[in-house]
Design a protein around this ligand. Structure first.
Ligand SMILES: *Cc1c(COP(=O)(O)O)cnc(C)c1O
Length: 485
């Protein structure tokens, strides 16, 4: 573990501090260069970072707490919302919206707005497809809204509208569709789901956090993209992350509502204290103008023509990567790679996906393993961005080599008592001591070398129940997150 003293007895010169931080950053996965297929969204445009950094610095001390004190923030926020509304409003809707810190906040606020618009419902619920982003479960947990998660069609991995319709009760305040889902990159049947909402008189949120900024451009390039935004009657809110396919630095997303009456229950207003009257559109009170300024700078510099170009590069990269997968014996796409995700699984019992992910990582390709869940197989997920285009042609050979290496290595060796124990484990049996011992046994004590050595860990998690997976990883992360000195 790297140790850095954030409160040295005597201040450290600026140059030295930056050198130390640069050294720290060197152990991270590469945020640029098109070899990391999750966590980061890289346009590959060489001058964007410097521009975004300068814009961020200009406004980093501006406070979004009060839009009247900093008109620059209000203007830039309104500009971001207007751009998202232009892209996703359809021909008729004139949506309003807010800038948030990310997709999770947009989703929590959509759920809050839906819940608080129905104060007469004492035990509010929401109906989501089983592939909906975990942020909906987080919103449900934070806001005490019951989550009805409905299994998707195991073949297409699309939401099942008739099963969702059956789950709607008098207490349902929200129904959800993804465009597309994070795990497999599949667009749910938004029109059918929105029609259920309209018939029941409830809200329908479309989670376009992931794809909302690229799907309209892919459509302009000729890709068939079903309607998923305010074009669809019955859709009441849409979320789109700017820090994904708008290629803005981390910390911005937009939540749109079809009209301002739908948005009003999103606000928190409070005057019952002796301080200033608080009015917040989002979760945070004090919030930095930095990410907002950086987003406006990024988007104005790329422009509509630029996003079309970046979508074209992404499209080409997706095609090359998907072709590489389909030409390898034993691998199968989980869903057609129609948009910006390539997700595949293994049909070959001698080819362990988690070993394959480690082999790819050893060769410099950082993909995201996904555990088996219910009827849905384990898979390897790749979020493909424009920066992948120049490297995509090398992926095919790398994948073939990694598959050969993974076949030679076989399945990870796990003591059978250990897998039996984990498979039978109850969440409340998991003590910090037990997890600490397990982490040591699996060689997870050095955070610098965990990534890329996960086959055994994933193999173990794969046999654990979701509740045990959660507890194991919560305890593990809690072990990592300790003050250092
Ligand atoms: C990324 C993502 C989210 C959550 O966004 P964060 O910015 O990580 O909070 C929600 N939904 C989908 C489909 C996503 O891909």
């Amino acid at each position: 573990m790297r140790v850095i003293n954030a409160l040295p007895p005597r201040g450290v010169p600026a140059e030295q501090v930056l050198a130390e931080l640069t050294r720290l950053r060197s152990v991270d996965l590469p945020t640029h260069g098109g070899t990391l297929f999750s966590y980061v969204y890289d346009s590959g445009e060489p001058d964007l970072d410097a521009l975004a950094q300068s814009a961020h610095a200009l406004s980093s001390h501006v406070n979004g707490l009060d839009p009247t004190a900093f008109p620059s923030l209000l203007a830039t926020e309104n500009a971001l919302v207007a751009a998202a509304a232009e892209l996703l409003g359809g021909p008729e809707a004139r949506p309003v919206g807010s800038v948030t810190s990310g997709g999770t906040e947009s989703i929590i606020l959509a759920v809050k707005a839906a819940r608080d618009s129905r104060p007469e419902v004492s035990h509010p619920r929401m109906v989501v497809p089983g592939t909906a982003h975990a942020a909906f479960a987080k919103a449900a947990s934070y806001l005490r809204v019951e989550l009805d998660s409905i299994p998707v069609d195991p073949r297409t991995l699309m939401a099942d509208p008739s099963a969702m319709a059956e789950a709607v009760t008098a207490e349902t305040v929200l129904i959800v569709a993804s465009a597309p889902s994070y795990a497999h990159g599949v667009i749910d049947p938004v029109s059918d789901i929105a029609a259920i909402a309209a018939a029941a008189g409830i809200r329908c949120h479309v989670d376009a956090c992931f794809g909302g900024w690229i799907l309209p451009y892919l459509r302009r390039l000729g890709v068939t993209v079903p309607d998923f935004d305010f074009t669809v009657e019955g859709v009441t809110s849409v979320s789109v992350d700017l820090h994904k396919y708008a290629y803005c630095p981390k910390g911005t997303s937009v939540l749109l509502h079809r009209d301002d009456r739908l948005r009003i229950s999103q606000y928190f207003g409070y005057a019952d204290w002796p301080g200033y009257t608080m009015v917040n559109s989002g979760i945070a009170s004090t919030r930095s103008g930095g990410p907002i300024a950086a987003a406006v700078a990024t988007m104005r510099h790329i422009g509509d023509d630029g996003y079309l170009r970046l979508a074209e590069r992404t499209r080409r990269a997706v095609e090359q990567i998907a072709r590489a997968v389909t030409t390898v014996d034993g691998l199968r796409l989980m869903a057609p790679a129609d948009y910006m995700v390539v997700c595949f699984t293994s049909d070959d019992p001698d080819l362990d996906l988690f070993v394959l992910a480690d082999e790819l990582a050893a060769a410099g390709w950082h993909t995201q393993p996904q555990l088996p869940f219910g009827d849905i197989d384990a898979s390897i997920h790749l979020t493909v961005t424009a920066a992948v285009e120049p490297t995509a042609h090398r992926f095919a050979a790398a994948l073939r080599d990694a598959v050969d290496a993974a076949r030679r290595r076989g399945r990870p060796e796990l003591p059978s008592q250990l897998t039996t124990m984990v498979a039978a484990m109850q969440p409340d049996q998991l003590t910090p001591q037990l997890v600490g011992g397990l982490a040591a046994q699996l060689g997870l004590t050095d955070p610098d070398s965990i990534a890329g050595n996960m086959a055994a860990v994933n193999g173990l998690l794969a046999v654990a129940s979701p509740r045990v997976r959660e507890r194991l990883l919560v305890e593990f992360v809690s072990l990592l997150q300790r003050p250092t000195s």
